[in-house]
Design a protein around this ligand. Structure first.
Ligand SMILES: Nc1ncnc2c1ncn2[C@@H]1O[C@H](COP(=O)(O)OP(=O)(O)OP(=O)(O)O)[C@@H](O)[C@H]1O
Ligand SMILES: O=C(CO)[C@H](O)[C@H](O)COP(=O)(O)O
Length: 431
């Protein structure tokens, strides 16, 4: 089988992955635009270059791309289409829905988005920009204006807005929302360089994920729904250590130094986005174990802004009431330290919110039906859909605590938002 090497900082897997040509979603051919040909006018494409850079596209050779107005510096080859993409009619897309998922690096965006893809019944490619029949996931790292060396020389981190091209991000997300294709830049995490751009077509649902989806006001306004994953430092460190030491061969010192060096810019530019998110998922150390060192038991708070159009906040038992609930141990098996839920109204950055809180973990996923039956507004389509989704992805990180539980519910909320905006219905997979 023919294999193409993919260099990517993608969401769904490898920073470098291999994709068989049979994984290509749909296209008459896979092409990438030649840098020199980008500008006003017709694109000409070179299949050989597509193979080299591993871009998967659905382009037709008749696409007219216009050099993006604000494409500067490293992004001179970026472009947006002048016309509505043929993919819109071909796939029966009325209006692409745009969702933002913001978080620092290593905070579980990919893990969450795998659950989202599952709820939408879409199988994603392992390409740089993962795409499926229904969903495309764009990593906003692609809009970094400097390559790794350039950042070092300029003394800026990737978290600094000065190192990101928000004008281009806005233009391209807007174009996709209008049903136009774009030549999106690529930041290559493997090499730390900016690669030639790739063609990205509009899709039914486009998720933009990364450090800054809610940062720029213009981009934020384009979002139909937004989620911020807010990890406490202790948890972030634990997850980073687990991944970067085990999977990437980094030393503990290097990981700690990297987290430390990012802290000022994280506090200045990333963290404030949570004020603007529709929903914040806060992931904290447990309160059930005093002075817990391991940070394996988690407390997760789902903070839902009131007044989001069409969004009915999830709650336990009785809407508007404040309660704590320790489920019956005979119905929900839990090992030490057990599990405790809370639910009720609160304020967050001076805004009224509804919070559901799950501290601790559970043992048997099928028993979550007991908890699910006491939750309201979960946006399920049949009794037990949350539990079914947890069981389906039982090996995914967080399946036995509030992270997995609330990620599933958020994915169901995204489905509901999609259906409300488009007037279309998504049939859930029953197994
Ligand atoms: N709910 C969870 N519980 C425990 N570990 C988790 C959870 N979610 C993710 N992790 C772990 O944290 C690490 C980072 O997760 P993931 O790759 O999903 O984050 P990311 O935000 O996409 O990272 P990056 O932006 O760097 O690509 C992985 O090792 C993953 O297994
Ligand atoms: O915060 C990040 C988001 O993924 C990365 O650190 C940023 O994109 C720069 O990437 P790299 O460290 O590979 O140069």
């Amino acid at each position: 089988m023919e294999q193409a090497a993919f260099v990517c900082g993608g969401v769904f897997g490898a920073r470098r992955s291999t994709l068989s040509t049979s994984d290509v979603v749909s296209s008459r051919s896979a092409f990438v635009a030649r840098r020199s040909n980008v500008g006003v006018g017709k694109f000409s494409f070179q299949a050989s270059q597509a193979k080299r850079s591993g871009v998967i596209v659905m382009a037709t050779e008749t696409d007219t791309m216009v050099k993006a107005d604000s494409a500067t510096g490293m992004h001179t080859a970026a472009a947006v289409s002048a016309e509505i993409s043929k993919a819109m009619a071909a796939k029966g897309i009325d209006r692409p829905v745009i969702i933002g998922v913001a978080a620092d690096s290593g905070c579980g965006k990919s893990t969450f988005l795998r659950r989202v893809a599952d709820i939408f019944g879409t199988k994603l490619t392992k390409a740089h920009t993962p795409q499926g029949e229904f969903l495309t996931v764009i990593c906003l790292d692609d809009f970094h204006t400097h390559d790794r060396m350039g950042r070092r020389e300029a003394g800026v981190t990737a978290l600094d807005p000065a190192a990101n091209n928000f004008d281009l991000m806005y233009e391209q997300v807007k174009a996709l929302k209008e049903g136009k294709s774009v030549m999106k830049p690529i930041y290559n995490h493997e090499t730390g360089e900016i690669d030639p751009p790739e063609l990205v077509e509009p899709n039914h649902l486009v998720v933009i994920e990364g450090l800054h989806p809610i940062y720029d006001e213009r981009v934020r306004e384009l979002l139909d729904f937004s989620v911020y994953l807010d990890l406490a430092d202790e948890v972030k460190i634990a997850w980073k250590i687990q991944r970067d030491m085990a999977e990437r061969g980094h030393t503990l010192e290097a990981i700690l130094a990297s987290i430390e060096s990012r802290k000022p810019d994280f506090a200045a530019y990333i963290d404030p986005q949570k004020k603007h998110a529709d929903v914040v998922m806060e992931i904290l150390p447990t309160e059930l174990i005093p002075d817990d060192d391991e940070k394996k038991v988690l407390r997760v708070r789902l903070i839902q802004n009131e007044g989001i159009e069409g969004y009915e906040p999830v709650f336990l038992f009785d809407e508007g009431s404040t309660m704590e609930w320790i489920p019956c141990g005979k119905k929900l098996a839990c090992s030490y330290p057990g599990i405790k839920f809370r639910s009720g109204p609160d304020t967050y950055y001076d805004k009224s919110v509804d919070v559901v809180d799950c501290d601790g973990g559970f043992e048997k996923l099928d028993e979550m039906i007991y908890v699910e039956s006491h939750m309201n507004n979960t946006s399920t389509k049949f009794y037990g859909e949350v539990t079914q989704q947890l069981l389906k992805n039982s090996s995914a990180p967080g399946s036995k605590n509030g992270t997995g539980l609330f990620q599933v519910i958020m994915a169901l909320k995204m489905r509901e938002a999609y259906e409300r905006i488009t007037g279309r219905s998504i049939t859930p997979a029953l197994s």
